[in-house]
Design a protein around this ligand. Structure first.
Ligand SMILES: [Zn+2]
Length: 331
């Protein structure tokens, strides 16, 4: 765009002045242009007034399985495609013949944490939707898979094959999660999530074999206290109405709608909850154990909110301040 005047090897005094003027003009122009292109550091910013009203942009961690081997997973998560997807981190597993034999198992970062990775899709947790905006995504190489295709008998049941997670891979995941949580203090235990927790109608990963309890025992994510769960298991006199179960799931963070019907979304959300917390009971039904686990989790992580909602009081019909639930008067 700019034409530079040829500079003589031995410039005269007059030529030197011209060259000086040109250099000055070009420098000023470059500074102007760099200001237009938002060059950081060009605009002086005064930071002496800092607002207390803020939080972190990242609030959740979402864990996935890739449903493929290392090579397939890496290709899908890094190359352009019709439905491009990605994650911030990818962790391979031991014994994968497609993983370079001479390379140790390690954590791979595919997208910087400051940028959005495309792993969550149309998702919801608490009051947030579109969790790509608010989360860090971690993919574990694992060949589990699910499908909903009808078979010859026209059964609509979901077929899932779940592969165990590699212990070495899980150790890498644990170290990574601890690092992420130390840097992102808004990620509370109930915000360490599986993909199926935030997209229960379409996603099953990381599946019922994922060791959430082990993770929580190592200081990452949520789990219930066994004694509190047992208290509900022994003392709940009747199963709550489905709208109460829906409200309890919603209070915990699930994006379920309160319809009062045990409809398809209700089953999908209960199944997602069971995959995470009651993996031996994958029914999608509000059975007593599932209820006991859900209420034990609410008592542990949301005690005030649980106390404030009279419809969620399953065990305190005789307490002075408690309102007797409708189901209690019916038995
Ligand atoms: Zn996923």
């Amino acid at each position: 765009m700019f034409k530079f005047l040829p500079i003589a090897s031995k410039p005269s005094r007059q030529n030197s002045a011209v060259i000086f003027l040109w250099r000055g003009a070009i420098t000023a122009l470059l500074l102007l242009l760099s200001g237009c292109s938002h060059n950081p550091g060009f605009i002086q910013v005064d930071q002496q007034y800092q607002s207390a009203n803020r939080n972190d942009r990242v609030r959740f961690v979402v864990i996935h399985y890739t449903a493929g081997n290392w090579q397939q997973s890496l290709a899908v998560l890094t190359k352009p495609g019709k439905r491009p997807v990605s994650s911030h981190y990818l962790i391979p597993g031991s014994g994968d013949p497609t993983y370079p034999a001479d390379r140790p198992l390690k954590v791979y970062q595919l997208v910087p944490e400051q940028q959005r990775a495309w792993h969550a899709g149309d998702s919801r947790w608490e009051d947030r939707t579109g969790l790509n905006d608010h989360s860090i995504g971690i993919e574990l190489v694992n060949e589990s898979w699910c499908e909903k295709q009808p078979n010859q008998l026209q059964q609509q049941a979901e077929l899932c094959v779940a592969a165990d997670f590699d212990p070495a891979q899980l150790q890498l995941l644990l170290a990574l999660l601890k690092d992420i949580l130390a840097r992102n203090t808004d990620i509370s235990p109930t915000r360490v999530l599986g993909h199926s927790d935030i997209v229960p109608l379409r996603k099953q990963d990381p599946g019922s074999r994922f060791p959430w309890q082990w993770l929580a025992a190592n200081g990452v994510g949520a789990w219930y206290d066994a004694a509190v769960m047992q208290k509900y298991w022994q003392q709940v006199p009747a199963l709550p109405e489905i709208k109460t179960v829906q409200r309890a799931l919603q209070l915990y963070g699930y994006g379920i709608a309160i319809t009062g019907e045990h409809d398809a979304q209700s089953r999908a959300y209960l199944l997602a909850f069971q995959r995470h917390f009651v993996p031996e009971q994958l029914t999608g039904e509000p059975d007593l154990k599932t209820i006991a686990v859900l209420w034990a989790l609410l008592e542990k992580y949301f005690p005030k909110a649980l106390q404030q909602e009279s419809s969620l009081q399953l065990l305190t019909p005789s307490a002075a301040v408690a309102i007797t639930p409708a189901w209690f008067t019916q038995i």
